[in-house]
Design a protein around this ligand. Structure first.
Ligand code: AP5
Length: 222
């Protein structure tokens, strides 16, 4: 089977983490989510975590050099099946660094999956998001757990992320449009971009992703 090297691109709250959980179950991909990795570093109070914390709390991006070094290490460890990047790259400089790293390792990108959702829907989604300490994600209305406030997978309590406060969400959206959205044009010009309508229900979004990946594998074989 062909190696799949994928980027999940999209604004905060688009459903990248929700869809990544499904993709990980169905495809043998190394999952690299920079937001999750940075939160782990912050919880362990590593040097990187302590440096990243103030950027994350205010909704700004962590400096490129810190994030890029962290991702390079993760890709280095990825087994042959391919990888799924969630939340990286987020700037043109990060995309350049990723290209250089993949060129060096001879692992080209297969596709960039853009989950497209308008800002007003994102604010509603992020406002209702709850997650457990191990990262299982729910929504109080759209994807509630069986028992309110408790994770279905591990029985741990669900919490709201500290950067999900309304003023921080507004800043994250502003930063997305200013610094991350230019990547859409870049990857479209490289014919890697695949647009997914993220406003649909999670199962329908996943069906689009699967169909896109099936087409992408066929294209690679042709
Ligand atoms: P990160 O953790 O990557 O956050 P994000 O990109 O802002 O994305 P989110 O996790 O908020 O949303 P998501 O798209 O995963 O949506 P989810 O599936 O949870 O980054 C956090 C911070 O870390 C950044 O602000 C930055 O400071 C730093 N950082 C990370 N990467 C960096 C980088 N590369 N460079 C620099 N700094 C970096 O879904 C959201 C909610 O909606 C959930 O409640 C879910 O249940 C619900 N939902 C999902 N899909 C649907 C649907 N189809 N219909 C209805 N509800 C849905």
């Amino acid at each position: 089977m062909n190696e799949l090297n994928l980027i999940l691109l999209g604004p905060p709250g688009a459903g990248k983490g929700t869809q990544a959980a499904r993709l990980r179950d169905d495809f043998d991909l190394r999952y690299i989510a920079t937001g999750d990795l940075l939160r782990e570093h912050r919880a362990r109070e590593t040097d990187l975590g302590l440096r990243a914390a103030r950027y994350m709390a205010s909704g700004r991006l962590v400096p490129d050099d810190l994030v890029t070094a962290m991702v390079a290490e993760e890709i280095e460890d990825a087994p042959g099946g391919g990888f799924l990047l969630d939340g990286f790259p987020r700037t043109l400089a990060q995309a350049d660094a990723l290209d250089a790293e993949l060129d060096r390792r001879g692992h080209p990108l297969s596709a960039v999956l853009l989950i497209d959702v308008p800002d007003d829907v994102l604010v509603e989604r992020i406002g209702g998001r709850r997650q457990c300490p191990d990262g299982h994600v729910y929504h109080v209305i759209f994807d509630p757990p069986a028992r309110e406030g408790i994770c279905d997978h591990d029985g741990k309590p669900l919490m709201q992320r500290d950067d999900d406060k309304p003023e921080t969400v507004r800043e994250r959206l502003r930063v997305y449009h200013e610094q991350t959205e230019p990547l859409v044009e870049r990857y479209a010009a490289q014919d890697l971009l695949r647009r997914i309508d993220g406003t649909l229900a999670p199962d329908e979004v996943y069906e689009q992703l699967r169909a896109t990946l099936a087409a992408s594998r066929l294209e690679q074989r042709a």
